[in-house]
Structures are given as structure tokens and as C-alpha cells.
Design a protein around this ligand. Structure first.
Ligand code: ZN
Ligand code: ZN
Length: 585
């Protein structure tokens, strides 16, 4: 909500969308004053600000945008009252034809019979509009035009290309300043831009939307990250398996995905006598691995992990870099436990999450929020139907969180279709919460796959399954990490950890000798052997965000040292190779 000042010292709270939409009328009025031939299309408020589409002879230049912004400020100063009036359909069409606004005529003609047709007028400017609006143009204070782009009328390539201007407004200049700083920060952190600059990944229309390809340096980050988490899990007694990305539809009918998750899956393929699908999750495969052998109560917990490729339908407009993709690599595991082990094992999962995020990646404990995600009781058809199971699982997780003394909040409608979950949200550098790790309790899949273990009493019992992901998907985790660090990844994850920069060609042999020495200690090292000036090499190495540069000239060569520059500390002087190795370790 925005606070605005009204006449007579009164103030009011208004919706941002109303404030921004009013500003879009002011922008349209300014454009009409400056470009009287411009035809108006639509100008809605969006999540952040608003846009307006115009049919003009040529795209707007930066100079045009400056003039438009100036004109808008004049209109705000004029403090024109905004008045609403209604017209019958034929008169509304007549008015818009008089004003030569063919897009508005089209919009009116499309309105269903009997709908009220309203207009808003401010000064000489009138726009077809449902409203509501602020009482006058003077209620708007700080405005800023942002980017502009081409946009098809009604979003269809078959229609004419219009010119869209995005903009935003606030009741206070300080709020606008804050927003502009946030935008800069967001751009500087955008993993798509950093990923492109650092050559980490690429996409190609021949491959398809939402299907990024990892370039060598991006692939190194991913390989190191995946080895790291896999080693960690192996040390905790997880088994790591490989299962196929495809399975028959019947597997997902058994698991319930076909009934509850089909919309998010790729369509089915027929081959020979089988109907196959690309899997959206790995759980069903892991259920079958559990079931492949007799299990005793002594064997439990059994922890089956996999770095597995999953495939989900994402709208082509929603896919984004590595963050939202159609093929993802899950850091997935399923823990098959006895009911008496649930609490201990969920506790261990939470400990592992803390170890990874706090100890190894350096996030603070304060940046975590725990959400207990429950089913939406008013929408039961979205979930597996078993009230008793849901009650047990939901209250079970609630108990565990309380016993672990973890603060949490509850959210209805956020559960998986097969059970409730604990979602761990992390506050990002830009201040919003993202959900990456999850831990879910599942009584349903063991039932559907008729999983069993032999209890102490010699009878068959049903295990409980804990689904958990620590890094979420490799893809999203990497995008998250890039945005958090602005590409300055922790040393152990950097695709190139050390760059050796010989000052002249005569230092190349010595440079290569150092490189071999460092490689023996498993460092990822590169020599910049080009005959470029040293200043140029340093600048390029800096842009590549390499943590250490070793500069090598006559002095270093003679004294058997290296001149060290660090990403964080700058020039830290000459040292022996062993000394540098200790520092790097
Ligand atoms: Zn309007
Ligand atoms: Zn699962």
C-alpha cells in the first residue's frame, strides 16, 4: 500500500496497482502531447510499476524518454483532477473514432453487451478505462521511465508491433532512489548476465527453451558441487544409485503422479508395446530399489540417493537461465525408516542442511526460516486421499520441529501431493526468501508400492519414507550461488582457482613449472601465455573473478617466488610457492 496526500492535509492508503495505473495515464498523456499521432493501446500496472503500449512511427529513443519523463512531471505539477464518466457503446466508439484511437475502438467492440463503458479524463486527455484511479495527477510524486521494447498488439506475432515503455512511480523520491539501487543490485547479480560474462552456460534455440548447456567452466562448478554433496552423503551412509530418466506410465500410475502431477510432466511416448514418460521425480524408481530385496528392521534406515535428471513442463515464458529449467539435476534421496526412527532421521537431515549452508557455504543461521507445508483441506482432490495418514504425518512433523526447538510457521496448500514437508527458506542477498532444501514425510508411497521390512517380531511392517533434497537441484543452486556471490564463488568451487601471469615471454618456462607444481596439489590453474601487457592480463583476470593471480617477472624468477594478488585483498606481495600453497589450502 502507498500513502498519498489529499487536499486539506488528509492522507489515504491506496493500492500500488492503482497508483501505478494512474501514472500510466499520465505517461500516455505526455506521449500524446509530444507525439500527437501516437495511437494508444493498453497501459496496465504490473508486479513492479506499469507499462504502456503505443503505436508510433519509430521506437522511442533515450532522448524521447527523457522528454516524456519531463512532460509527465509537468502534468503532475498541473495537478489535473481525474474525472470518470460513462458512455453508451455507440457514443463510446464515436468518441474514440474522433480521437483516432483504433485500438481503443477495437477494445470497446470486444466488450460484452451490457458492460459499463467508462472513461477517465484529466485535462485534455481521455482514456478508456475501468478504473479506479487516484483523484488527481498531483497525487503521483516520483516517476522514472525504465526500459522500452517492442511488443505485439495483444501479444500475437500476427499483429502489429507496438512500442512499450516500462516505468515506475512512488509517493516519495527516497522510495524511488531505493528502488533504483535495488534494480542496479539485481542486474549486477543476475546469474544470466554473470553466467554469460564468465562463459558458464549457454542456451540455443535448436536445443530448446529451458534447456541450458554447461560450458567447461560452468561444468567444473557443477562437477565439484555434485562430488562434494555426494561425498558428504556417502560418508553419512547413503547409497548412491543410477536409475533411468524414463519409465513406463504404469510406474507413475502406481505412485500417483499420473493422477496428481501429470500437468507438470512431458507427454507420453509410445514405443513397441510400452508407454513411456520422462520422469518428473525419482521417488518411484527408488521405491523399486528398496523393494528389490528383503529388508529387516536391522537394515533400516536405508538411504538411497541419486544425482538424477528430472523433467518438468515449465511454460516457455517462465523458463529462466539455470533457475527455471525443463531438465534439472536433483540432489535427491529417499530415507526408508522405521516409525521410531523418523524423528532422529529428520533431525539428521536438518543437521546436514545446517552443515552445508552454514558451515560450508557461510550463510548465517538468521537467514533461515522453516515452513511447515501442509495440505489445503478445502482442496483435498489435489492430494492423496487418506485423512488419517495426513493427520499423522502433519502432526508428526510439527512435533519434530518443536522437539528440535526450531522456530517455524505453517502454510496450508504447500504440501506435496503425497505428504507434508518442511521447507527451508533462505533469505537472499536481495532480501527475498527462496526455498531450496526440503524434507518431506511420506506414508503414502510405501503403501502404494507395498514396501515392507521384517520387524523384531518376525512380522511384516511398513516403512516410512523421508524425501529430502539438500541443494535442491544443481542448476538452481548454482544460479542462487552466483547471485549471492556476484560470481565470486568460494575458492573450492571456482572453475579456475589460480591464474599465472608471466610479464614477458622469457618468464613462460618458469610460469609453466609453477603451474605443474600447483596442479600436483589438485589446484585448477591456467597460464596466460599471450604476449599482452601485464596490466591488461591483470584486468582480464580480475573480470574472470579468479581468486588468485600469480605475477611472474625477473625478480620472482630469480628469487624463486611468485607475486600474489588476491581477489579480495589485492596485492599481497611475493612469497615462495609452498607459502602460497598453504594460503590457498
Ligand atoms: Zn486507467
Ligand atoms: Zn521423492
Amino acid at each position: 500500500m502507498f500513502k498519498i496526500k489529499l487536499g486539506g492535509g488528509k492522507t489515504a492508503e491506496v493500492e500500488e496497482s492503482m497508483y501505478w495505473h494512474t501514472t500510466s495515464h499520465i505517461m500516455a498523456q505526455a506521449v500524446k502531447r509530444l507525439f500527437p499521432k501516437a495511437k494508444l493501446a493498453i497501459g496496465p500496472a504490473i508486479d513492479e510499476g506499469f507499462y504502456y503500449d503505443f503505436d508510433v512511427e519509430r521506437p522511442f529513443t533515450d532522448e524521447d524518454k527523457e522528454k516524456i519523463e519531463e512532460e509527465m512531471k509537468k502534468i503532475i505539477k498541473e495537478d489535473l483532477p481525474i474525472e470518470r464518466f460513462e458512455l453508451p457503446r455507440d457514443e463510446a466508439i464515436k468518441l474514440m473514432k474522433e480521437k483516432d484511437e483504433p485500438y481503443k475502438v477495437e477494445l470497446i467492440e470486444e466488450l460484452p453487451e451490457g458492460e459499463v463503458i467508462s472513461f477517465y479524463k484529466q485535462g485534455e486527455f481521455t482514456d478508456l478505462c475501468r478504473g479506479p484511479h487516484l483523484p488527481s495527477t498531483g497525487c503521483v510524486k516520483a516517476v522514472k521511465l525504465l526500459n522500452n521494447s517492442g511488443a505485439y498488439w495483444k501479444g500475437s506475432e500476427k499483429n502489429k508491433m507496438l512500442q512499450r515503455i516500462y516505468a515506475i512511480s512512488f509517493p516519495k523520491a527516497s522510495e524511488l532512489d531505493e528502488y533504483m539501487t535495488l534494480l542496479e543490485e539485481r542486474q549486477a547479480r543476475d546469474h544470466r548476465k554473470i553466467g554469460k560474462d564468465l562463459k558458464l552456460f549457454m542456451t540455443h534455440p535448436l536445443v530448446g527453451a529451458g534447456l541450458p548447456m554447461y560450458l567447461p567452466d560452468g561444468a567444473t562448478i557443477r562437477r565439484v558441487l555434485e562430488r562434494y554433496i555426494q561425498d558428504k552423503e556417502l560418508a553419512l551412509g547413503y547409497w548412491h544409485v543410477y536409475t533411468p530418466s524414463l519409465a513406463t506410465v504404469n510406474l507413475y500410475k502406481t505412485s500417483g503422479h499420473w493422477d496428481h502431477y501429470k500437468e507438470d510432466m512431458f507427454p507420453m511416448m509410445k514405443m513397441d508395446n510400452e508407454e513411456l514418460v520422462l520422469r518428473p521425480m525419482n521417488c518411484p524408481h527408488h521405491m523399486l530399489i528398496y523393494k528389490s530385496d528383503m529388508r529387516s528392521y536391522r537394515d533400516l534406515p536405508i538411504k538411497i540417493g541419486e544425482l538424477a535428471h528430472d523433467f518438468r513442463y515449465e511454460n516457455s515464458g517462465a523458463v529462466c537461465g539455470l533457475e527455471r529449467v525443463r531438465q534439472m539435476c536433483q540432489n535427491d534421496a529417499h530415507l526408508f525408516v522405521r516409525p521410531d526412527q523418523i524423528k532422529e532421521e529428520v533431525g539428521k537431515v536438518i543437521n546436514l542442511i545446517f552443515e552445508v549452508y552454514i558451515k560450508d557455504f557461510g550463510f548465517s543461521r538468521d537467514s533461515f526460516k522453516f515452513r511447515l507445508s501442509l495440505r489445503d483441506k478445502a482442496n483435498k482432490e489435489k492430494y492423496i486421499d487418506n485423512d488419517e495418514m495426513w493427520e499423522t504425518a502433519e502432526s508428526g512433523l510439527r512435533e519434530i520441529l518443536k522437539e528440535l526447538d526450531i522456530e517455524f510457521y505453517e502454510a496450508e496448500g504447500e504440501a506435496a501431493f503425497y505428504g507434508p514437508k518442511i521447507d527451508i527458506q533462505i533469505k537472499t542477498a536481495l532480501g527475498h526468501d527462496v526455498t531450496i532444501p526440503t524434507c518431506q514425510l511420506d506414508f503414502a508411497l510405501p503403501e502404494r508400492f507395498e514396501l515392507e521390512y521384517v520387524g523384531e517380531d518376525g512380522e511384516a511392517h511398513r516403512p516410512v519414507v523421508i524425501h529430502r533434497a539438500i541443494l535442491g537441484t544443481s542448476d538452481r543452486f548454482i544460479s542462487f550461488l552466483i547471485e549471492e556471490t556476484k560470481g565470486n564463488l568460494p575458492f573450492w568451487l571456482c572453475p579456475k582457482q589460480v591464474k599465472i601471469l608471466p610479464i614477458a615471454d622469457r618468464h613462460l618456462d618458469y610460469a609453466n613449472k609453477i603451474k605443474e607444481e600447483l596442479q600436483k596439489h589438485n589446484l585448477r590453474v591456467e597460464v596466460d601465455s599471450r604476449s599482452e601487457k601485464i596490466g591488461y592480463k591483470i584486468r582480464e583476470a580480475q573480470l574472470s573473478k579468479v581468486p588468485y593471480m600469480l605475477i611472474i617477472g625477473d625478480k620472482e624468477q630469480e628469487s624463486n617466488t611468485v607475486g600474489v594478488r588476491s581477489r579480495g585483498e589485492g596485492d599481497i606481495g611475493a612469497m615462495k610457492v609452498e607459502e602460497f600453497l598453504n594460503k590457498a589450502k
